[in-house]
Structure formats: C-alpha cells, structure tokens
Design a protein. Structure first.
Ligand code: ARG
Ligand code: ZN
Length: 876
C-alpha cells in the first residue's frame, strides 16, 4: 500500500505512558504492555482504536483491568482493533508472545549470538506489541525485563536504571525508566552475557554520566577507541551546539547481526559491532574513522532525532540529514577539514548521484512510499546533509547557530517537520526560505555550468551561471533551485583577484559566494587584468554536477594555485577523467592511445610536495574508481572499456613516476608504532598510494614489496593494503597471502569479512566461481548482514567487470542470492537489489540481461514488500 505525505492525519489516540513487562525466552518471550490511552483532541471523533502489529500472537487484552471478550476486538497478526472504547482516558493491557529466535529479519526483538536485542526503527516495535507505531505518538516508558540470570546477566533498556533483583528459578529482573517522552521507534532492550567498558563524563552543567559500552567477552579492549570517540562527541556537541546529555547513563551495545550501521535508541544505542570494535591488529584507519563518525552520529541523535523527533517518516531527513551534517562537522574538527570534505563528496557522488539519476530517484523528503525501510537512502542522509550545509553557507555561521538554538528551544519534546526546521532559520536570518525549500521536494541533481567571456579592452569578465535539472520519475517539470556558488578568479600568475561588480550584492563579492536562483545569471567583474581562471563551486558549495569541467590548462593552473583544497583535488580528478575518457574514445575508434603528459606532470608536482599534507596528497594522487567512471560516463557503459582505460593510465603514471613513488614508499615505510590519529593515517594512505603506483609501473617489484609489507605489517591498515594489491596482481603470492591471512584471523568475524570482501574484488574471470565457492565456505552465512555485504555486496558494487560479465553470470549469482535471502531478511535483500539501480546506463546487451533478471525477481511468488518495491521501481 502506498503511504502519502499529503494524507497525514494526527493519530486518533495518544499514549501518555507505556509500562512494559518483558520475560525473555528464546522462543516464547512474553510481553505485557500497559498503555495509558486517551483520545487525541486533534484526532477523528469517535474513531475506533486501531493498533499496528506485525507477525504478533495475541494472548489477551484488558481495558481498565477488565478482560475483553472476543466480541470486543478483532486481532490479526498485524492489527488489533477495538471498536467500543471509553471516551475517558483508559488503560489498555495487551499480552503478546514473540519468538526472538525465529526473527531472522532483525527487526523487532531478535537474537544476535546468545544475546537478545531490538531494532525498532522504522516499524519494528509493532513486532513486539500492538501499538500506535508512528513517530508522532510520544510516551514515557517504564520497562521491566526478566530473564534467566546465567543466560542474560545484563539487562538494559532506555533511560535510567531502576530496581533490580533475583527471582525464583534462576531468573532475575531489572527496571528502567525513561523520563523523556519518545516515539516507539526509539525503544530498545538488550539482555545478554556481555563484557563491558565503563567510563564517566561530566557535562558542563555538572551532570555525572556513567558511560558503558557492552561487547562480546574478551573484546573489551577493542571498545576503547569508541569510548574515546563518545567522550569527544559529548564535549563537541556542548561546545558547538550547546547540547548537553540528559540522562544519568549512556549505554552502547555492540552486536554482530545488524541490518544497518547503528541505532540511536534513547540512552541505549545499539551498534553493528563493525562500528564499535577496533584494535590496530584488526581494524584499518578507515574503520577507525568510521567508528568515530558513527559513534558521533548516534550520540548527536540524542538532540536531533530524540529530543526533537519526526512527525512522520516523510520527515526522515529532518533527523538524518541534520545528524549526518553534524557528524561530518565533528569529523572535520577531529581530523582534516579538507580531507573530510573530499571524502564526504566522494561518498555523495558514489551513492547519491546514481540514485538521483536513476529509477530510484526521490526527493530528500519523499511524498510517497510503499516500504519505509527502502527510504533510508543516500538521498535522505547525504543529500539531506548537503541541504543543511547549503543553508549554513547561505545564511552564514552565526545565523545558522541562532537558527539551531531556536529549533532546540522551540521544538524540544515535539515531533517536527521540515517546515518547522526551516522556520527557525528564516526567523534567525530574516530571509524567506520558501524557494530554498525546493531542495527538499525536488529530486534530481542540478547541472551547473559556467561560461566566461573576457573583454580585453574593458578589462571585464562576464561570467554566466546556468542550471538545469533533468526529469526524474514522477517529476517531469523542474524548477530552478537556489544554488550557492562559491567562486574565485585567479590571474595568469596564480594571484587571487578581487571581485568587483555591479551585478552582485556586496556581501556576495566579499564572501565570494553567489546565489543562482534562476535558470541563468550573469555577473560582470570589473578590473580584471587578463583572461582569468575560474574556480567555481569551491568546497563543493552545492550538491550539483559542474559541467563541463574547465579546460585542461585551467585545471593545471588551479591545481597549482587554488587556495581551496577541495577544488585543487577536483582539478586533479577532472584531469584524470579527461585522460581516461580520451583513452576510451581512442580505443573505440581503433586509434593509438593518447598519453597524458599534463596530468602526469601535475601528479609529479603533488608527489614532490606530498609531505606537507600526506592525506590530501593521497586523495589527489588517486585515480577515479571504476564506479566513478561508470557514473561520469552516464550512458552506454561498458565496464571492460573503462577498466582497460583506467588501467592503461595507471600504468603510464606508474612508469613515469616510478622513482618518486618508490622513494616516498621507502621513506614512509620506516616502522613506527601504530596510532589511529588523522596525521598518521594520512601518512599510511600516501604510502599505500605510492605502493600502488610502484606496482602499476613494475608489477614484479610491486608484488615483492607487497609481499614483504604483508608479512611484516604491524597493523591491519598496512596488512590489508598489501593484501589488496596482491589480490589485484595475482599469482602464487596472492593465494599464499589469502591463506596466511585466514589462518591468522580465523574466528575474528570482522576481519574475516575483509578476507571475503577482497576476494570478491579480484578483477579476473575466475572470480565469479570463486564467490560461488566462498558461499559454501563454513564461515559464510546468509543470516549475517555484514558477511552478505562483504562477499555479495562488494562483488556487485565494486567489481564492475566481473559483476557485469557479458555471459550474465554475475547477474545470475545476484538474482539467486536475492531470492534465497528475501524470505529471511527482506531489508538486506532489497538493499542488495538496489545495486542494479543504474541498469539503464549500461550498454544495450548488459541492459537486456539485467532487465530479464529484474523481471524474474518481480515475478517471484511471495516476494517481500521491500524487494518488490525496489524491483518495481527499478523497472518502471
Ligand atoms: N536511525 C539509524 C541511523 O541512521 C538508522 C536505522 C535504520 N534502520 C532501519 N532498519 N531502517 O542512525
Ligand atoms: Zn541516523
């Protein structure tokens, strides 16, 4: 069924308090819910009480303590309806049974390892008890849990701890009270035998908070970095947003089976252990950065998501876009702002741009959905964060902070909307933001172009900005958006020119920030001594595509003189793209392959100055990935052509820069103890880039260096980088290394995930069979989302030549897995299927092969709503 934003109506009833009494049992958990209900004055008068359920078994219902007879209600596994309800406030008591062991969807109450845990966002609470399972019904929860004491010595729920005690039969109980009204999706419960790391945090106003991270026994040391990240997040939110924590305890639990990254349940965050556990021996620098970001993200939700929640699921970006923006800012403050921005934009282009350009495109605030779990997308999260960033760019830091203060003050304790959010910034800045709001309702990535014309005699430079948006599903007509274009002009000697013009506001000229709110705008700059070089969209000031890229000579100049590091990096990327596509065109025409001396020279300069900022240099030296190339090509994609062209350019660079790369590699290889800080991580990433370049120019030398780095590595970052290179280079060394890696880390699931993932990336014909064989490996399991993502997700998303093999074998493999996984875990199956979302950009033969598989999937009987929704929209 379609759910529409336009159909929003307040709930007919409100639930002021919820008292849950949950007796944990492996297959028959007993749930008693006592709800204090009353009619919502804003609801429909006289409406029946209709509660949501999902696969529930009802045991009994009481109203004000009186058991109801069969004539008083109708119950199905997914709904409980009471026709005659008291007009005055009343208590509803519902008893249900749930089977956590049979819950393979990992939504509701389920088991991960030997522990019991929950995931209620978006609609998992209704798999525990019948409820008004919607985010605008806020209740104060008290939760009493009892369990076998040896099976689950630790019992946790939201809020502050209350009474505990022993019960007959080896059982015990614990009570938790959460004083803050919250929607049901923020409910959580954990019961299990877990190790714990404890710490303390004192808030600015003096509240002593006990912090605890619960992990598998024996993994406590691996939670230290997450604990440190948590304390830094708490301090940062106080300093940057004036937000303090509000309970006496903050608990985090890490579990191995989790559909997404983590969940911000009030006072009890539950995490995919991938985003908690780290040690130098088992986690890479990328893993450490991911832990820091996700710990911060979930913590920041305490204000942006929990204290202020969403009125309905169409407003998901209200909490997710804003919270991603906040975690990106946190990471930028903890690490390098420039490198963080480059990484965030790469992520946006990797995941969100293709979504926006294909059949699954939707506005940041969608207007209709069939399955809400399919809308936890890059568009809602990452483009949602970009909108908040543009807002700050447009109104400035001070107005932005004032607007946030108003938002926290005015909407605390409520379920808010995007309009509520924007109204705070309109008030703080005195600006009308109604045109800006189009970013929330209009799907598709605007294409921004610039065209300059220099007048030698008048010494003027007329710059015309243009925007255009292609139609997206259901939105044929597009309107111009408000695009903040950060801009600078550079003179022939690389000097930054003062901006003077009668066509722009003084503040635009002073800030170098020009607003494009119509289809076109021309600004004529005065006193420009010679033809300038334009640096546009600096810092990626808006989530748009800038096309075409500047002329190569201008890009080379920007690479040398731009003081905006993002645009320096962008210049290197644009040069690389141009060089690769020149090879693709030549190969298609049967012409000699062109070399790229300008780009190679630019890389040599970056390499020689790399010591100043190794992390930045590593980014600037990296070629666009095959996925980047497929997206930039946009249509008629042939992954084999792209692979060949990219590989050819890499060889050219490797040969040309062999001695420089080797010298850097040697210098950075000097052993030092591992530290996960950004500067050390930056040096390691540059070392990896240098090693990859050496191998590109001389595979035998690269293989030898990778073998010794693999054997001698003192940390996972270096070891995995070496293994990745060996995987690419092939031969005996590869198989030896994979065997040694497995032998060393057998039983360590997060590390074995890496072992599966790297094998799925090998760009050779035998890989498809290798993946099939790995699915029979004793360590492979369709029940564990991390494992499925490591092997199948990586194969389908990162190994373009093999996944898109012309014999259709990659597509067949994915289809088979989706159909097998769908009945067990529809959320993960649907997400895997999304890897086909760009199928229409493929060349015709592959397009036909994929279309046939999509049709096969929609035709499957009993297909889940999740997977059906993705397949149907992909085909539409
Ligand atoms: N709110 C979580 C986060 O972004 C995501 C949980 C989504 N889970 C789901 N099954 N849809 O932090
Ligand atoms: Zn979130």
């Amino acid at each position: 069924v379609a759910v529409r934003l336009a159909d929003y109506r307040p709930a007919d009833f409100l639930i002021d308090t919820v008292a849950l009494d949950i007796s944990l049992h492996r297959t028959e958990t007993k749930v008693v819910a006592r709800l204090a209900l009353r009619r919502n004055p804003k609801g429909a008068p006289g409406a029946p009480l209709v509660l949501d359920g999902d696969e529930l078994t009802l045991v009994g219902v009481k109203v004000d303590g009186r058991p109801l007879g069969a004539q008083d209600y109708t119950a199905t596994p997914d709904q409980l309806t009471l026709t005659a309800v008291p007009e005055a406030p009343f208590t509803l008591e519902i008893e249900t049974r749930v089977d956590p062991t049979a819950n393979t969807q990992l939504s509701g109450l389920y088991r991960s390892g030997s522990a019991y845990c929950t995931q209620c966002e978006a609609e998992g609470f209704r798999r525990i008890t019948y409820f008004l399972d919607r985010p605008d019904v806020l209740s104060v929860y008290t939760t009493r849990i009892d369990a076998d004491k040896s099976e689950a010595p630790i019992l946790l729920s939201n809020g502050n701890p209350g009474e505990t005690g022993d019960l007959p039969g080896g059982r015990h109980y614990a009570v938790w009270r959460d004083p803050f009204p919250k929607p049901s999706y923020l409910f959580a419960l954990v019961g299990g035998d877990l190790g714990v790391v404890r710490d303390h945090f004192k808030t600015t106003s003096g509240r002593q908070v006990t912090l605890a991270i619960h992990v598998e026994h024996g993994k406590e040391a691996r939670a230290e970095y997450a604990m440190d990240a948590l304390k830094r997040s708490m301090r940062w939110d106080e300093e940057k947003f004036g937000r303090e924590y509000d309970l006496d305890v903050f608990n985090i639990v890490a579990v191995s089976d989790f559909n997404m990254g983590a969940m911000e349940n009030k006072g009890l965050n539950i995490f995919n252990d991938k985003y908690v556990l780290a040690s130098p021996e088992t986690a890479t620098d990328v893993d450490y950065a991911g832990i820091e970001a996700v710990i911060a993200h979930e913590y920041f939700h305490n204000w942006t998501g929990n204290r202020i929640t969403c009125r309905d699921w169409f407003q998901l970006c209200l909490k997710e876009g804003l919270t991603v923006f906040r975690d990106q800012e946190f990471s930028a403050d903890m690490r390098s702002r420039a490198v963080e921005r480059i990484g965030d934009v790469r992520g946006l282009r990797l995941a969100q741009f293709p979504e926006d350009a294909g059949p699954l495109a939707h506005p940041v605030r969608p207007e209709v959905y069939h399955e809400i779990n399919n809308f936890y997308t890059a568009t809602v999260y990452e483009k949602g964060a970009e909108i908040v960033r543009m807002l700050r760019t447009l109104i400035g830091d001070d107005c932005f902070r004032r607007g946030m203060d108003i938002y926290f003050e005015r909407f605390d304790g409520t379920a808010a909307t995007v309009e509520d959010f924007l109204s705070c910034f309109a008030e703080a800045s005195g600006r009308d933001l109604s045109h800006f709001a189009l970013w929330y309702s209009q799907a598709g990535t605007p294409v921004l172009s610039t065209e300059g014309s220099y007048d030698q005699n008048a010494k003027t430079f007329a710059l015309t900005l243009r925007q255009e948006i292609a139609p997206t599903p259901g939105q044929q007509e597009k309107k111009p958006a408000v695009i903040p274009v950060a801009l600078a002009l550079f003179g022939q000697n690389g000097e930054k020119l003062d901006l003077e013009s009668a066509d722009a506001r003084p503040d635009e000229l002073a800030r170098g920030l020009f607003e494009l709110s119509d289809s076109t705008r021309t600004v004529t700059f005065k006193n420009i001594p010679s033809q300038p070089v334009v640096s546009a969209l600096r810092g990626f000031s808006a989530p748009v595509r800038l096309e075409p890229a500047p002329a190569s000579a201008d890009l080379e100049k920007l690479l040398a003189c731009d003081d905006d590091p993002f645009n320096r990096w962008q210049a290197a990327q644009s040069l690389a793209l141009r060089a690769i596509f020149a090879r693709v065109d030549a190969a298609r025409a049967g012409a000699p392959l062109p070399s790229a001396p300008g780009y190679v020279a630019a890389l040599r300069t970056i390499l020689s100055g790399a010591d100043a900022d190794p992390a930045f240099a590593a980014q600037a030296l990296s070629l666009p990935s095959e996925t980047d190339l497929a997206r930039e090509a946009g249509s008629n994609v042939d992954p084999d052509e792209l692979f060949a062209a990219r590989f050819g350019l890499l060889e050219e660079i490797g040969r040309a820069l062999a001695s420089e790369a080797e010298a850097i590699y040697a210098r950075l290889s000097e052993a030092s103890p591992y530290s996960p800080d950004a500067a050390s991580a930056g040096r390691r990433s540059l070392k990896t880039v240098a090693l990859d370049l050496v191998a590109a120019g001389d595979p035998a030398k690269g293989s030898a260096l990778a073998e010794s780095q693999f054997a001698a590595a003192g940390n996972m970052t270096d070891r995995l980088a070496a293994l990745a290179l060996l995987a690419l280079l092939g031969g005996d060394a590869r198989e030896k290394a994979f065997a040694a890696f497995y032998a060393q880390f057998e039983g360590d699931a997060l590390v074995i995930d890496k072992w599966f993932a790297l094998q799925a990336t090998i760009p050779e014909p035998a890989t498809t069979q290798r993946v099939i064989d790995l699915m029979s490996h004793p360590d492979f399991s369709l029940s564990n989302p991390n494992r499925v993502r490591s092997l199948i997700g990586v194969f389908a998303n990162a190994n373009l030549t093999r996944f898109h093999a012309l014999d259709g074998s990659g597509y067949d493999l994915l289809t088979k897995i989706i159909l097998e996984l769908d009945p067990k875990n529809p959320q993960v199956a649907a997400r895997l299927l999304s890897s086909l979302r760009s199928w229409r950009t493929m060349e015709p033969r592959r397009r036909a092969l994929i279309e046939a598989r999509l049709r096969r999937i929609v035709a499957q009987e009993g297909l889940s709503a999740d997977t059906k929704d993705i397949a149907t929209r992909a085909l539409a």
